[in-house]
Every structure is written in structure tokens, then in C-alpha cells.
Design a protein around this ligand. Structure first.
Ligand code: V0V
Ligand code: CO
Length: 140
């Protein structure tokens, strides 16, 4: 397993992109509006590794009644989730669900940069909202 990304909830995506770019000299490599997840997001590249890269994911909610909108109202800006990279997300969900962890997604959903993703309940993972990510196949 590897760390694919750490998701950071923020009120103003452009402002936080500028902050992370000038503070850490990171570069935005992808941006997307994901209606299903209720977010506008940007991926800032950290490193490349076997199985995929690692990133900081900045997340701005599309509205108050979304996962990130509720999180901001309750806790304010900060770390929202940690995403582990796995080779097969459907299989990882099944295996981890079989260990008694509640799945927020029974089936993989669409994630950033063509990935497939699924979430685990934070209360079953020590208070850490956990995402599993299967990176898109590299284009030939
Ligand atoms: C809520 N809780 C959290 C949390 N959000 N704990 C840790 N980290 C978080 N981010 C706690 C909350 O304080 C409650 O604790 C408890 O979980 C139950 O919360 P709830 O009242 O049911 O709250 P909701 O309705 O806000 O739902 C929380 C969950 C929801 C986690 C179920 O946010 C969800 O389904 N998230 C998965 C989808 C998601 O987050 N999408 C946005 C990222 P107490 O108060 O009971 O102790 S999209 C993304 O990452 C993409 C597209 C990508 O990577 O490509
Ligand atoms: Co994420």
C-alpha cells in the first residue's frame, strides 16, 4: 500500500492553491469538479512512485450539504481524509469490509484523474476518513 493523497478541506480553492504553491513549490497537475462527491478539487504533485504518484488534494465544497461542506461547518479548514493507493479498489473494499470496517461505498466511484475510489467510515479507522484509490491505467 502507498499514500496516494491527503485531502484538505478549504473554503477558497484558488487561495489555497496559491498558498501551497508558494509555500512548498508544488504544482497543480489536475483540476476537476466532481458533482457526485460535491467538490471542486485540485491535485498538487508531491512525488512519483511504484504504483502511482502522491499528491495533496485541495477540496472546496460545491455547497453546504455535501461531505466537505458539512466538515467545514463543523470543524473548519484542515485535513479531511487520507487516501491509500491500492492495485484493485473493488477487491480492497471487499477485503477491508470483511474485517468489520463499515464501507461508505460498496462499489467504486469515479475519482480524480480517472481513478476509482471508495471510502471507509472514519469511526472504524480511528477517526480518520479513509479513501482507497486505484489509479487510472497509464495511457500507452
Ligand atoms: C465526519 N466525521 C469525520 C469526518 N467527517 N471524522 C473524520 N474525518 C472526517 N472527514 C465524523 C463526524 O464528526 C461524526 O462524528 C461522524 O463522523 C459521523 O458523521 P455524520 O454526522 O454522519 O457526518 P456526515 O453526514 O458529514 O458524514 C460523514 C461521512 C461523509 C464521512 C459519512 O462525509 C462521507 O460519506 N464521506 C465520503 C465522501 C467524501 O468525503 N467525499 C469528498 C471527497 P461524531 O460527531 O459522531 O463523533 S471527494 C475525493 O476525495 C475525491 C473525488 C478524490 O479523491 O478523487
Ligand atoms: Co480524495
Amino acid at each position: 500500500m502507498r499514500i496516494d493523497h491527503v485531502g484538505i478541506a478549504c473554503h477558497d480553492l484558488e487561495e489555497k492553491i496559491a498558498l501551497f504553491e508558494r509555500t512548498f513549490e508544488l504544482t497543480v497537475v489536475a483540476r476537476e469538479v466532481n458533482e457526485e462527491q460535491g467538490v471542486k478539487e485540485a491535485m498538487l504533485h508531491i512525488a512519483d512512485g511504484e504504483g502511482g504518484g502522491s499528491y495533496i488534494q485541495l477540496l472546496e465544497p460545491l455547497g453546504p450539504d455535501t461531505p466537505v461542506g458539512k466538515f467545514l461547518a463543523r470543524r473548519g479548514e484542515g485535513v479531511h481524509h487520507v487516501a491509500f493507493g491500492v492495485p484493485d479498489v473493488a477487491r480492497a473494499l471487499e477485503e477491508i469490509g470483511g474485517r468489520g470496517v463499515r464501507l461508505l461505498d460498496e462499489k467504486p466511484r469515479h475519482g480524480s484523474m480517472g481513478s476509482s475510489i471508495g471510502f471507509l467510515h472514519p469511526k472504524d479507522v480511528g477517526g480518520m476518513l479513509t479513501e482507497l484509490v486505484q489509479a487510472a491505467e497509464p495511457q500507452a
